[in-house]
Design a protein around this ligand. Structure first.
Ligand SMILES: Cc1cc2nc3c(=O)[nH]c(=O)nc-3n(C[C@H](O)[C@H](O)[C@H](O)COP(=O)(O)OP(=O)(O)OC[C@H]3O[C@@H](n4cnc5c(N)ncnc54)[C@H](O)[C@@H]3O)c2cc1C
Length: 386
């Protein structure tokens, strides 16, 4: 059986590795000329680690962890709103969240595939979904490639999604814009975690290699870029507590990533058409407030490979894809909604709501320490299908 996977992001690589491990011939078509992930850091959650375990590489990613200790949500002036304990998370879910560079996690996934799998610098330009009489095929500028399965893992602006679901509105602007930095960790004591205030958020994640992955999010009109992104970050966050001004100051301006956040407000009606599966951001782009986009993409990839990987005919592929949609479409839609709700809570612009939120979170963390973790059950307690 042959699969073509379009897109070498976390979703595409996971699906490709899972199918390859089940004996499929796999081709990964990637428009970039090098396998280099967009973005700097990534939080791999316990559900993502279980997806990686299904491919046999969970421990390779666990080893990348810098800390599994305490983290905190605090206010811009440094007062702590609530703490989360890494040990309590490990007790409940078997793992803590593993902060890592994107490239280190991607290297682990790329290592699962033979080098000849990749067709780099090739852009998919269209797809025909196939039916009971015709195999699906992928159109690139220079070729039409047939396969038994095509996987559309081409990210938030997916052109394959537009071809498969032309009636769908696609991903819409969430109103939030985000910056990402990877800088040397400043000297001094600070707690990893997030800082929330006035509709803005700043995340601080030290990594094992002596650097810190930091991200910031705020409201802005769609499409705005700033001539000096570093000055803009300083304007918005420069008065926040240590080490935020220091992290911004340490960033080389040309390395600061700035992206508007798009989300799939309207869910897709299915996660397949004919013999083409869709996964990751292409299927369910979500805001980053739950840190789940890549984790969900990896869940998709592993689930798809488990459900379709044993197929020996187009009929069996069709049956596996129907199960894939049944399992993944409700979960993807739920994660988009949860991330959006989390964003509204994190980035509340109403002072009274913000005060109530901080008070409620502080009380809950003191009186029912397990409450925050329990609330994460539907997100991170996921297990791959057998
Ligand atoms: C600020 C921020 C922080 C985030 N933090 C986290 C986090 O901590 N944890 C987490 O789980 N998620 C996080 N995410 C979300 C995460 O980055 C994405 O959800 C994830 O990368 C999606 O993976 P993917 O494989 O679906 O798509 P992508 O990673 O976007 O990969 C798509 C690939 O397809 C290729 N491609 C596109 N079009 C074509 C074409 N026509 N032909 C060939 N190739 C094509 C692209 O070049 C790309 O390589 C964050 C996102 C943002 C913006």
């Amino acid at each position: 059986m042959k699969a073509i996977v379009v897109g070498a992001g976390f979703g595409g690589l996971t699906a490709a590795a899972g199918l390859h491990q089940r004996g499929w011939e796999v081709v990964v078509v990637e428009r970039a000329s090098q396998l280099r992930p967009v973005g700097s850091g990534l939080a791999v959650a316990p559900n993502g680690l279980r997806a990686l375990d299904a491919l046999g590489v969970g421990d390779a990613v666990r080893k990348l962890a810098a800390f599994q200790g305490d983290a905190a949500v605090s206010r811009p002036d440094g007062r702590v709103i609530a703490r989360t304990a890494g040990k309590a998370m490990i007790r409940r879910f078997g793992d803590a969240v593993i902060p890592a560079t994107r490239s280190s996690v991607m290297d682990v996934l790329v290592g699962l595939l033979p080098p000849e799998t990749f067709r780099l610098g090739v852009t998919a330009q269209g797809v025909e979904a196939g039916d009971s009489t015709r195999r699906p095929c992928l159109l690139t500028g220079s070729a039409v490639i047939e396969a038994d399965l095509i996987v559309a893992a081409d990210g938030v602006n997916s052109s394959l999604r537009r071809a498969l679901f032309p009636e769908h509105q696609g991903a819409v602007y969430s109103g939030i814009t985000a910056w990402r930095l990877l800088v040397p960790t400043p000297a001094g004591d600070f707690l990893p975690g997030e800082v929330w205030g006035g509709g803005q958020v700043f995340g601080i994640t030290p990594l094992a290699d002596g650097r810190t992955y930091a991200y910031a999010a705020d409201y802005a009109e769609a499409g705005i870029t700033y001539p000096n992104e570093k000055a803009e970050l300083t304007r918005r966050f420069g008065a926040w507590h240590f080490p935020i001004p220091e992290l911004i100051e340490a960033a080389a301006p040309e390395t600061i990533l700035h992206n508007d956040i798009y989300e799939m407000a309207e869910p897709l009606p299915a996660y397949h058409r004919g013999a083409v599966a869709i996964l990751g951001d292409a299927a369910h782009a979500m805001t980053p407030h739950l840190g789940q986009g890549a984790n969900q993409a990896m869940e998709d990839g592993v689930t798809l490979a488990a459900l379709v990987g044993s197929a020996k005919s187009s009929v069996e592929v069709a049956s596996g894809l129907a199960q894939y949609t049944a399992l993944r479409a409700p979960r993807g839609a739920d994660m988009v909604r949860r991330s959006h709700r989390m964003g509204a809570l994190t980035q509340s612009t109403s002072r009274p709501k913000e005060a109530l939120r901080n008070l409620g979170m502080g009380l809950a963390a003191r009186l029912v320490p397990d409450l925050v973790l329990r609330a994460m059950d539907p997100v991170v307690a996921w297990r791959p299908p057998q």
